[in-house]
Write a protein that binds this ligand. Structure first.
Ligand SMILES: [Zn+2]
Length: 345
């Protein structure tokens, strides 16, 4: 992890922590909304704490033995606890384990830290680091087990807890951590950063990602390059070519396509009710026009259907057919008949 991999909005916090490197509390809770780069920061900090010859600015050198181990993912003084590493539950039906995403950090993962702590550190920095991400993935059992460790922290161990939803953590755990609000970029900083990453139309992409610069970058990298085209088609309202749009959307995968539709109809509803646009600032005029002719009741029904479609998104149905019927339904939300004006009184 190099200084360049820190995000510009994190540099002040980095300097602050680097300056207190030798007197850091034994547990830090890095908290903030998803998509700010908290985990990247925690990784950079972990590597720097373990590095044998850190740079004057506090960053890891990148070439000592310790850095080498860290970058290869096998540093003996470092443990990463994430739900992905949770061992398969052998009792669960086979069909389920393959489908279900691992969402919890299990007690065994925390217990294994016991033997890690019983050894002395291997390398020169003398520190050991435990990174837990996301901390809200701890279940009751594993959280209680961790709590005991935080109550009597082993010498020279630093716990880094990363959390998108700190309110879901046990209060007894958060009270034992030094809490750090992870900085978020200003709109301008985020746009500048996205531009430097080669993202075209950074403002539109950032709005679409709800203000999160990393989510914005990912959405572009994950192939929502078709988004401008999709939005243009949706902006046609009842004249939307449902079949052409389904063909364009099918390559996105069902879930991404449904999320794109949900964001659009969110703005449509918001425009209708409060004249606000959240995700599609550059399509405000089109949305305002559509909001005038959209049938509110049908739109609410449509949104419910989209929630269901999103839940079922991983089922192997024929996505293109499904998308076609979704977009046909979409074209029926709008009515230019005068009857609607009467009904509005
Ligand atoms: Zn190093």
């Amino acid at each position: 992890m190099t200084p360049e991999s820190l995000y510009p909005w994190q540099s002040a916090l980095w300097q602050q922590l680097a300056a207190s490197r030798n007197k850091l509390p034994h547990a830090l809770l890095l908290k903030g909304q998803a998509g700010l780069g908290k985990m990247d920061f925690a990784l950079a900090l972990s590597q720097a704490l373990l590095c044998e010859t850190p740079k004057p600015d506090g960053h890891a050198c990148g070439h000592c033995a310790s850095c080498g181990w860290f970058l290869q993912g096998n540093h003996p003084d470092y443990r990463l606890l994430t739900p992905e590493q949770a061992a398969d539950d052998e009792d669960a039906p086979a069909a389920k384990t393959t489908k279900t995403k691992k969402t919890q950090i299990l007690i065994n993962q925390v217990r294994e830290l016991g033997s890690f702590f019983s050894l002395s550190s291997h390398r020169g920095s003398g520190l050991r680091v435990v990174l837990i991400h996301p901390a809200e993935a701890l279940n009751d059992a594993s959280a209680n087990s961790l709590l005991k460790m935080l109550e009597e922290p082993p010498a020279d161990v630093i716990f880094l807890l990363v959390s998108h939803q700190p309110q879901r953590l046990m209060a007894t755990i958060t009270s034992r951590c030094h809490k750090i609000d992870m900085p978020s970029p200003s709109h301008e900083e985020a746009v500048t950063w996205l531009t430097a990453q080669g993202i075209k139309e950074p403002t539109a992409v950032l709005d679409y990602a709800g203000g999160s610069p990393l989510a914005a970058k990912n959405s572009v990298e994950e192939g929502i390059r078709q988004l401008p085209e999709i939005l243009q088609m949706l902006a046609k309202g009842e004249k939307t070519d449902a079949f052409a749009l389904a063909t364009t959307c099918v390559s996105l995968g069902m879930e991404t396509a449904v999320v794109a539709i949900q964001k659009w109809t969110y703005d449509l509803l918001s425009c209708k009710l409060t004249d606000q646009v959240r995700y599609h600032g550059s399509h405000r005029t089109a949305l305002q026009a559509l909001a005038k002719s959209v049938n509110l009741g049908l739109l609410l029904d449509f949104n419910k259907k989209m929630d269901e479609a999103r839940k079922a998104a991983n089922h192997p149905l024929n996505s293109e057919l499904q998308l076609e019927s979704i977009f046909l339904l979409y074209t029926q939300l709008f009515s230019t008949q005068p009857l609607l004006n009467k009904a509005r009184h």
